[in-house]
Ligand binder design. Sequence first.
Ligand SMILES: [Zn+2]
Length: 301
Amino acid sequence: MKFGSYTFLPQKANGFDFHVLRVKQETGIRLTPVQDMCSNIAVFADNVAVHNNPEWISQSSLGPAKMGNPNYNIYWDIVCATQPQHRAEQLRYITDVDRKSAAIWLNNQYFADHGHCICPRCNELWKKSGLGWLEWRRKEITDYIAQVREIVKKELVLCIQPDPMTSYERYGVNFDDLAKYADAFNVVMFSKNYATPWYWEMLARGFKKLLKKPFYISLYVFGPGDNPKDVPSTSELLNVSVRCARAGADGFLYLTEGASQIQAFQKAALKEVELRARLRNYGRKPVQEFLDFVANWEKIV
Ligand SMILES: [Zn+2]
């Protein structure tokens, strides 16, 4: 089992196997890659690209993939996944970032959501393909990821949404297709609370059954600008990690703004002595491995 920090700032917290930096966020803001950190890149979610090229936005009969369209859980502006200039620019960008960092972790490398995209170009590409609508979308995504694989020389980790059932219909994502190109998956299970850990455990079990490559689970600890009252409690984070560990997750990442919030989480986790003792009973090897990892923080915080 491997453990990573997942941060918005180029800071490496102690006590982790690797560090993932959000080099290009969905806002479109780009940071300088760091040679010994993995680079996380949001591909089609890109507020800057849509701001500069409003006609690139992904379209649907329920409106565009624009932040605030209540028909979808869309928190950013998302470029149509077949937009050729954006695709090409992202490939050049990923090539450059790959050279300057430890690994490439992509997210938003798929269609915005169900019903996307129906722009004139997508309609034309679909009709020319001779495929059904959903199969055409799948082919667009898989072919693009094959191109990404060609250029990424280091480890390639692909993010998937926490939806084991309908990722194909919503995003054009076929897990078996992507497993051919990914070294691992990252299931993003971000939430402001984990009060119902059994649901997260169920999702982890679903992914364990479906995915043909190892998968990490990313959990939300403390984002930029968060009120400490609104973030998950340490006990929830320990509980949900243990539940997902016993369900077969191959590793965990913890999302914070920077290293100081990771350290605060580590200190708080060490204080949860009784809870950690109780969680020892929740399962064998993977659970013990996770709890040993937390206990090891004693040496560094
Ligand atoms: Zn389109």
